[in-house]
Design a protein around this ligand. Structure first.
Ligand SMILES: [Mn+2]
Length: 255
């Protein structure tokens, strides 16, 4: 059993920010006090070093210092590596360009490393005796323990409104946490997927995707401490990528 968990949201190829955050969390040399990292998906796409992030995260998982669960960008990269027809857009084009610049042997190694990481990952992950669940875009508490296509779609893509979808545009995402009950002792749900300026807390859920690749920050959520640690982004600011969700709650009201 670990003494604590450090969840890290959507890295999207922001390797230098990741390494700085790991330093702040003291993972660089040895594992601090038997804590463990939890990467909650979307390692690649859009940022400057997706290949480096794949190598870093796979190495941490192999050393038993980290868990990893996939995000929608991971799912698409996996299908790309399988040779399935996927659209090289929405950020995948940067990862594909990085891969194209590799030597044949480096390409093969990265492909194998990523595919193995993905194949060994659960869709979502209950941790700390089920007190906390990691799921890329979130999960309804009633679905914890369930699998199947609808749950998979929700966990990877969120609560998307397919009916309102405009042709060629990304579907709208609903604020799924509003449907969750306010229950003491309900498991915490740690998710990302939709960039927010500050970690958004509501009813024992926390969105920790603070949009590093869009100029925000890379954030870690520490459990059971219920604190966050963040490092500022080195990427260009893209304010239009961030969403504002109401209501939210102060994290320290749960401590
Ligand atoms: Mn995502």
């Amino acid at each position: 059993m670990t003494t604590g968990l450090d969840f890290i949201g959507d890295v999207h190829g922001c390797r230098s920010e990741l390494l700085q955050l790991l330093q702040r969390l003291e993972y660089k040399k040895t594992r601090p006090d038997r804590r463990k990292l939890v990467f909650i998906g979307d390692l690649t796409d859009r940022g400057p070093d997706s290949v480096g992030v794949i190598e870093d995260v796979a190495a941490l998982v192999a050393q038993d210092k980290a868990y990893y669960i996939p995000g929608n960008h991971c799912d698409k990269l996996y299908r790309y590596f399988l040779g399935r027809p996927v659209q090289i857009r929405h950020g995948l084009e940067t990862t594909v360009a990085e891969l194209a610049a590799l030597s044949r042997s480096s390409y093969d190694r990265t492909r194998q490393t990523f595919m193995r990481l993905f194949e060994n990952a659960p869709l979502y992950l209950p941790l700390y005796n089920g007190e906390v669940i990691a799921a890329h875009a979130g999960i309804r508490r009633k679905d914890i323990g369930a699998s199947g296509k609808a749950v998979r779609e929700f966990v990877l893509y969120g609560d998307v409104d397919r009916e309102q979808q405009q042709p060629g545009k990304l579907p709208k995402r609903r604020d799924w946490v509003l449907q969750e009950k306010n229950q003491r002792d309900a498991p915490w749900i740690v998710y990302g997927h939709t960039p927010v300026r500050k970690p958004r807390v509501y009813r024992r859920t926390i969105n920790i995707d603070t949009g590093c690749v869009f100029g925000g920050a890379l954030t870690a959520f520490r459990y059971p401490e219920l604190t966050t640690v963040d490092v500022p982004s080195r990427q260009a600011e893209q304010p239009e990528k961030f969403r504002v969700f109401e209501p939210d709650e102060p994290l320290d009201s749960y401590r």
